[in-house]
Design a protein around this ligand. Structure first.
Ligand SMILES: Cc1ncc(COP(=O)(O)O)c(C=O)c1O
Length: 452
């Protein structure tokens, strides 16, 4: 990996998986004894890597999934309306989450777009969103011709800081969009309290949070609607795909109508295409792929959690490494496993160089999201004819200036290091390699900091 900071999360996952194959790493061959490699030469400078076993490839394919899929292909009933497999998936996914209802969609992005439409986010409205997220969270709001207004991130949790919400509310604010980033639940109680007080809708971006839990409830069932992604890198993938979940059948029926060209659905009755709509439907084959992965998702979530708990318990003992804090009574699912890195405890070794040294040790990791609000898409949006028609110049200028207030998020972007979820599917000895790798890089950080 050349530069972790320029990698997107998806290419990062592919690189981690494919990179290990390209190097022909074999399983086994571990350095015996915890932290045995601390004294040896860093792999980046020609020493032996701490971890030589590679990591599980992602996504996975299982041959026993093939007969059910073949049935779909041979039936020639591929479109949602031709058979009942998508509905079957929706019932199963709702049950898995304890949601009242679920609608399958073409992607996580379209799930967010449909939800915002149904919750009446309209042109000229504002939606308060986590800044530390995949860019689709911003884009879904922009596609409603609404303004994504950024709350700050809490450096301790990496998620939205509930204390930063109220100061962002204007008379145009219609909704809050907390993002359970990396599968770590946002602190939903104070977020819901702000929403109730100001009569705002809540769309949970749970696109990375399948089975994550907060106060005994699954993410995606706490706000008005929750949105999931089943894109290829996800814990339950079907190439592309998404879902909306919620506790109101009426709302999900409205989502169904909008995602299906405005046709009637359940309680949302009318003639023909009686309401606005689009085509964001899932196909039968995607639904079958997903249903066959329900058990695997549950089992692998338990493995990722056990390994993440082990890392969290041990990483906190390494000076300069701070594991992420979760809200009380919540359980993450770790789409990425993040921690915060303080170069001061590593002889000033930059995060980039730390990541390169770790990758050389066979433990790929790196920074994830940067301050994307400076990338140009928001400048382009607010310079567009449509946005200029909908907001005055003063508001758009204040909006642009407000990015500088995101001090917590800047810190999160600059200090977070993460490993991909497939690494958490390995065994305890491999988790020890991760800890050993960090200690080794720390022990050699002075020389590594001087190296190019
Ligand atoms: C936090 C978040 N929101 C939204 C999305 C969009 O999902 P999709 O890629 O399925 O459109 C993703 C996907 O990576 C995501 O991680």
């Amino acid at each position: 990996m050349k530069d972790h900071f320029t990698l997107t999360r998806r290419s990062f996952i592919r690189t981690t998986a494919a990179g290990s194959l390209a190097l022909g790493w074999l399983s086994g061959g571990r350095t015996p004894g915890a932290f045995a490699a601390e004294g040896s030469k860093p792999a980046l400078l020609g020493g032996t890597p701490v971890h030589k076993g590679g990591w599980a490839r992602w996504p996975e394919w299982r041959e026993d999934w093939e007969p059910e899929l073949l049935k779909v292909f041979r039936s020639c009933r591929w479109f949602r309306g031709s058979d009942n497999r998508v509905e079957e998936f929706e019932r199963g996914y709702a049950q898995l989450l304890g949601a009242k209802a679920c609608l399958a969609t073409a992607s996580g992005t379209t799930a967010l777009m449909v939800s915002l439409h149904v919750l009446d986010v309209d042109a000229g409205d504002e939606v308060i969103v986590s800044p530390y997220t995949f860019i689709a969270s911003y884009n879904a709001i922009l596609s409603r011709m609404a303004l994504p207004v950024f709350a700050d991130s809490d450096p301790a949790t990496l998620t939205i800081d509930p204390g930063s919400l109220e100061s962002r509310i204007t008379e145009r604010t219609r909704a809050l969009m907390p993002v359970h980033i990396f599968g770590m639940p946002c602190d939903m109680d104070p977020i819901s309290a702000v929403a109730r007080k100001h009569k705002l809708a809540v769309v949970e971006d749970a696109c990375q949070a399948w089975l994550a839990e907060y106060q005994g409830r699954k993410c995606g069932t706490i706000g008005d609607l929750g949105c999931f992604s089943f894109q290829e890198s996800k814990h339950i993938p079907s190439g592309e795909g998404g879902a909306i979940t919620g506790m109101s059948e009426e709302l999900i029926d409205k989502c169904n109508s909008y995602h299906n060209c405005g046709r009637a659905a359940g309680t949302n009755k009318g003639n023909g295409c009686f309401t606005r709509g689009n085509n964001y439907r899932m196909t039968q084959a995607q639904a079958v792929m997903l249903m066959q992965q329900f058990d695997k998702l549950v089992k692998q979530t338990a493995i990722r959690r056990a390994n993440a708990d082990y890392l969290t318990a041990n990483l906190g003992q390494i000076p300069g490494i701070t594991p992420v804090r979760l809200p009380d009574n919540s359980r993450a699912v770790w789409h990425l496993y993040p921690f915060r890195y303080d170069a001061a405890h590593f002889n000033g070794l930059s995060r980039d160089k730390f990541a390169r040294a770790m990758s050389a040790e066979g433990i790929p990791c790196g920074g994830v999201y940067h301050e994307q609000y400076y990338d140009g898409l928001l400048d382009e949006a607010i310079a567009s004819r449509g946005f200029k028609r909908l907001w005055g110049a003063d508001r758009l200028k204040a909006y642009r200036d407000s990015f500088q207030e995101l001090k917590g998020n800047k810190q999160v972007c600059e200090t977070t290091v993460a490993m991909t979820q497939n690494m958490l599917l390995a065994d305890r000895g491999d988790m020890d390699h991760i800890l050993e790798g960090i200690r080794k890089v720390q022990a050699h950080s002075a020389v590594l900091a001087k190296a190019a």
